[in-house]
Design a protein around this ligand. Structure first.
Ligand SMILES: [Zn+2]
Ligand SMILES: [Zn+2]
Length: 362
């Protein structure tokens, strides 16, 4: 199959033939229909991260089952699926608690980020968080496949695998946003817009988008933002206090992954409010808080790993809301690219030129 392989960080991905591993007894071979191009892909391209090289990036994907291992029972060839990224072993203490987003396989050899995904001559090629969707196909454990009805448009459905579920999950599963509340969303990109539409869905009365890009602030309004604050021009904290009756917001979501914006989220919530860290920061990033202020203010700081999403439960729920017209998904897609254009797609994302770009394989 054809895949875009990352050999050296910050250098162009190379589109070439690789050979996928054979599916094991509990694995599924899926032909991709679409893959989103997400900020995490960009980060692992640009930054020196833990992911092993050479690597096929891409983790937000939908496709059609092509082959199944002998012990697979949940899907069959021809089924439409959304692929959940990362470990979902179904057996560890976290999976058994119903927290698959924290899955930590007891046997490190079962870590799907580190298992051989494909081969190029004699070189092992890895698949990013087990998916590797900047390619024509993948092999994943059956527990990473969420079957969906064939009536659901499969191309936009790829975005449910990461951007939509992370954003909506942050609101519903992690923060439990209450009707009538005030919500600040710092960073109105692919995930931020989904936090905004999640907050709208949850009945927030005020949804304040914060970004440096005025076009993103305009777009945020289409997804339910009631106010926009341009952080390169406005006094963010002052403006938010003004918009929230002087107290600060009930919730502030940080969807960028920078220490200064995580601090900003903490500072913009009222006493007793919650700052939710959704953005992915660099490994060495640290944020300082005043311990007595944290205690006295009763503020809460919540970590949000992949929206606290349980794919088997939350993907079908998101599809129902989408099909009922309560969530916008097609509207997130601003540009389609072919696999050969993957470097262009990543650069467009880096330059803030796309809301969500997708690779379309059809
Ligand atoms: Zn992602
Ligand atoms: Zn597990």
């Amino acid at each position: 199959m054809k895949a875009a392989v990352l050999y050296e960080r910050r250098q162009p991905l190379i589109v070439q033939e690789v050979e996928l591993i054979d599916p094991g007894p509990r694995d599924v071979l899926v032909r991709f229909v679409a893959s989103g191009v997400c900020h995490s892909d960009l980060s692992h391209w640009q930054r020196d991260t833990w992911s092993p090289l050479p690597l096929i990036l891409g983790h937000e994907a939908s496709g059609i089952v092509d082959q199944v291992g002998t012990q697979v029972s949940r899907v069959k060839p021809g089924d439409h699926v959304i692929i959940a990224f990362g470990n979902k072993c179904g057996e560890c203490a976290y999976c058994r608690r119903g927290e698959p987003y924290l899955c930590t396989p007891e046997d490190p050899a079962k870590n799907i980020s580190l298992r051989a995904h494909a081969r190029r001559n004699s070189t092992t090629v890895y698949g990013f968080i087990g998916v590797g969707s900047f390619a024509e196909a993948t092999v994943v454990p059956e527990s990473n496949c969420v079957p969906i009805a064939t009536s659901v448009p499969l191309e936009p459905a790829c975005l449910i695998a990461c951007g939509v579920s992370t954003g909506v999950g942050a609101v519903i599963n992690v923060a439990h946003v209450q009707p009538g509340s005030s919500v600040v969303v710092i960073g109105a990109g692919g995930v931020g817009l989904n936090v905004i539409q999640g907050a709208h869905l949850a009945g927030a009365a005020r949804i304040i988008a914060v970004d440096i890009n005025p076009q993103k602030l305009d777009l945020a309004q289409q997804f339910g933002a009631t106010h926009g604050v341009n952080s390169s021009a406005d006094d963010v904290a002052g403006r938010i206090r003004q918009l929230t009756g002087g107290l600060g917001a009930d919730y502030a979501f940080e969807v960028i992954g920078l220490p200064q914006t995580i601090r900003q989220a903490y500072e913009t919530v009222r006493k007793g409010g919650a700052a939710i860290v959704v953005g992915v920061a660099t490994e060495d990033a640290a944020v300082q808080f005043s311990a007595p202020d944290l205690m006295r203010s009763g503020k809460r700081i919540l970590g949000c790993n992949a929206g606290g999403v349980r794919p088997d439960i939350d993907f079908p729920l998101i599809i129902d809301l989408w099909q009922a017209g309560r969530l916008q998904i097609e509207e997130l897609i601003s540009q389609r690219f072919a696999l050969d254009q993957i470097n262009e797609a990543l650069i467009a994302l880096q330059q803030g030129k796309v809301t969500r770009g997708i690779l379309a394989f059809a």
